[in-house]
Design a protein around this ligand. Structure first.
Ligand code: ATP
Ligand code: MG
Length: 446
């Protein structure tokens, strides 16, 4: 597969070349393009300095992303194209940021600072593919290999440890032996990396197709920043429902759900509370009654520490809280849950339960799956029928209750809630008159 530049990518390279600079597409876009995947972003590396780039693209909108680091984004068709001056990274005294960056006029300097061979290729139509470290071969064999000596590269910037796992998981690649050994040996360096950088790589890793392999093989690396997972490693479940230890079950469940950051994160943590929740009955069988609640609390702490957005944290915790709820395809029961959780979230919980069941032993699996099918079918029916399960759908509102003389806000709230419960239970029709009559009677009695 050859690199095929987009029209805007060609325009950028040609314009800089006409002004006397060299310029190449570089990094992820070259890698993806060689793999036959459409790059989601085009990045460029050039001999032009940031001020030169701004001058060459003076007629376009530009955003200076970090002049000190040499990056200017040129906006074409509402899309940012990042152009960075060739640079040599200085010392990494904190294994986090280069202390300084030095601009260079040589492409080779820029390629040698990049993390992996498959990410260190450059391309333009004048010179073709520039591949100084065997990136093309590694790409065709599916290998992640550091540019240069792995241990040095990981000591310079330890995030590369997690990036290696991320690329292996998303591209489905293996990790070259020396790179892999250095990852395992130097994993603790990750504790010096900011939570935000870890978060971004972790979410991408989780969405990878080969996430299961990476989470198993490199669990000790993940445990550097999520030590709470260690309790699940090799933790036997002693239950007919399971044929894997808790961690292996977790990993299988992550793999079983669609590649979505929220759902994959939920699966990673859904059973983290099990080791703490375990009780053993007189027959030696283990139970995990409170594990969703305990797990949700542990997860909240972990996701806060990883600086995940608070709405994301809340949602993951709710999903974990309800992941083991025993639903039946019963309209009254399901509408009770819908009242609390809403239709969209109930849909997510069903997906989570399916992924969970498929990662369990075959004991009662068919029964569990057909029950879940029936639950999903009933949820669809409720949705399509428009039957009432929340206050917005109720045929009376707070204003209606004011009109019949109920003036206290608290009583209005309680009455609406009671009416909704009656409608859900099928004891009252969702129609204005009977609901108001019921409310009036109940109010007159008080
Ligand atoms: P994606 O498709 O996820 O954007 P990408 O390869 O473009 O993949 P980015 O994180 O956008 O990854 O980084 C762009 C390029 O910058 C990489 O391909 C790599 O050459 C270089 N790079 C990024 N982070 C590092 C790092 N920590 N150390 C060395 N090089 C890096
Ligand atoms: Mg990128």
């Amino acid at each position: 597969m050859a690199v095929k530049l987009s029209e805007n990518a060609k325009l950028i390279i040609e314009r800089l070349q006409r002004s006397g600079y060299s310029c190449y597409a570089v990094g992820g876009c070259v890698r993806d393009s060689l793999m036959g995947r459409a790059p989601h972003d085009w990045d460029f590396t050039t001999s032009a300095l940031p001020d030169d780039i701004e001058r060459v693209f003076a007629d376009c909108k530009t955003v200076t992303i970090g002049k000190r680091f040499g990056t200017v984004a040129v906006i074409l068709d509402d899309h940012p194209y990042e152009i960075t001056t060739y640079r040599i990274d200085g010392d990494y005294s904190d294994t986090r940021h280069p202390d300084e960056v030095q601009f260079s006029d040589r492409l080779i300097d820029d390629l040698s600072r990049r993390d992996f061979t498959v990410n260190a290729m450059a391309y333009n139509e004048t010179d073709g593919l520039i591949d100084l470290y065997g990136g093309r071969d590694d790409l065709s064999y599916g290998v992640i290999r550091c540019v240069g000596e792995p241990s040095e590269r990981f000591s310079e910037d330890a995030l590369r440890i997690l990036r290696a796992l991320r690329f292996a998981a998303t591209l489905g690649f293996s990790i070259e032996a020396k790179t892999s050994e250095a990852i395992l040996r130097q994993r603790k360096l990750l504790s010096g990396i900011s939570a935000e950088r870890i978060r971004d790589e972790l979410l991408k890793l989780l969405c990878g197709d080969k996430v299961d392999f990476i989470l198993r093989r490199y669990r000790s690396v993940i445990a550097v920043f999520i030590p709470e997972l260690q309790g699940t490693f090799d933790f036997e479940q002693h239950s007919k429902h399971h044929n894997r230890d808790v961690y292996r079950h977790i990993v299988a469940a992550v793999k079983n759900i669609e590649s979505d950051p929220l759902l994959r994160t939920t699966m990673l943590f859904h059973d983290i509370g099990k080791p703490l929740a375990q009780t053993t009955d007189k027959h030696g069988i283990c139970h995990y009654k409170n594990h969703p609640k305990i797990g949700a609390e542990m997860t909240r702490e972990i996701l806060r520490r990883l600086c995940m957005p608070s709405a994301f944290i809340e949602e993951v915790c709710i999903l974990i809280r309800y992941h083991d709820e025993r639903f039946k395809p019963d309209p009254v029961m399901l509408k009770g849950y819908l009242k609390e959780l809403g239709m969209e979230r109930m849909g997510r919980i069903c997906k989570i339960q399916r992924a969970d069941i498929l990662a369990q032993s075959s004991y009662l699996r068919d029964e569990k799956l057909s029950n879940l099918d029936a639950v999903e079918k009933e949820l669809r029916r409720i949705k399509e029928s428009g039957e009432c399960y929340n206050l917005r759908m109720l045929a009376v509102s707070g204003v209606d209750l004011l009109h019949i003389g109920i003036s206290s806000g608290i009583v209005i709230g309680q009455t609406l809630d009671a009416l909704l419960d009656k409608v859900i239970a099928g004891e009252l029709p969702n129609e204005k008159e009977p609901l108001l009559n019921f409310a009036k009677n109940a109010f007159d009695k008080d």
